[in-house]
Design a protein around this ligand. Structure first.
Ligand code: GAR
Length: 217
């Protein structure tokens, strides 16, 4: 953490930012964690308005303005590092990151993914869970490594898939759980209870199981 022991957090978004809102609301009175900036790769991301309403600095960096992934990620690092983050939070940031980016933020980069990882990495997770005949679905917060959606899991929330669930209904249920587990994981990190070790994610001195901490709502 920085000298003042404040955990500076930069949040990356691409869209609605409902997870960002949950994090803003959770940290509003936190004594030692603050969101320093929100960065979006899309100028029309509603999450930018959420940040502005909360008085948080915003930046837009359009990936289409860059020749390739590495050029974009290099510029993104420059924007993020203006804020000297202790933690970078991906909250619906829909870009595949280069190894250069993930290495730069190694051990201080978290993501939320709408599935029970390692199941259903990538997109369209809700429909894929239904199509696979899964009886359970959910969401995972994980440390980001070079492997897409593959870093050590910190926390998961599980829900049953019922016979009449469609992808939209499942997405809504998963979102509700996301809004609970992401702020919790971020608090753990900010309060120095959570870190990444060579053995995996560590919470309160214990290496977590590969499925992470199991959240009960
Ligand atoms: C969330 O469901 C998050 O899990 C997903 O995008 C949504 C963003 O919603 N992220 C991914 O799929 C990353 N691979 P939000 O903008 O309302 O927070």
């Amino acid at each position: 953490m920085s000298d003042s022991k404040t955990c500076n957090i930069v949040v990356l978004i691409s869209g609605s930012g409902s997870n960002l809102q949950a994090i803003i609301d959770d940290l509003v009175n936190h004594p030692s964690a603050r969101i320093s900036a929100v960065v979006s790769n899309r100028a029309d991301a509603y999450g930018l308005q959420r940040a502005q309403q909360a008085g948080i600095a915003t930046h837009v960096l359009n990936h289409k303005d860059f020749a390739d992934r590495l050029a974009f990620d290099t510029a993104l690092i420059q924007v993020i590092d203006q804020h000297q983050p202790n933690l970078v939070v991906l909250a619906g940031f829909m870009r595949i990151l280069t190894p250069e980016f993930t290495r730069h933020y190694a051990q201080r980069l978290l993501n939320i993914h709408p599935s029970l990882l390692p199941k259903h990495k990538g997109l369209n997770t809700h429909q894929r869970a239904i199509d696979a005949g899964d009886s359970e679905h959910g969401c995972s917060v994980h440390f980001v490594t070079e492997e897409l959606d593959g870093g050590p899991v910190v926390i998961q929330a599980v829900l049953p898939i019922t016979a009449d669930d469609n992808a939209e209904q499942l997405a809504q249920k998963v979102h509700t759980l996301e809004h609970q587990i992401y702020p919790l994981a971020i608090r753990w990190f900010a309060e120095e209870r959570l870190h990444l070790s060579p053995q995996g994610a560590v919470l309160d001195g214990q290496v977590l199981a590969s499925s992470g901490f199991q959240f009960n709502s």
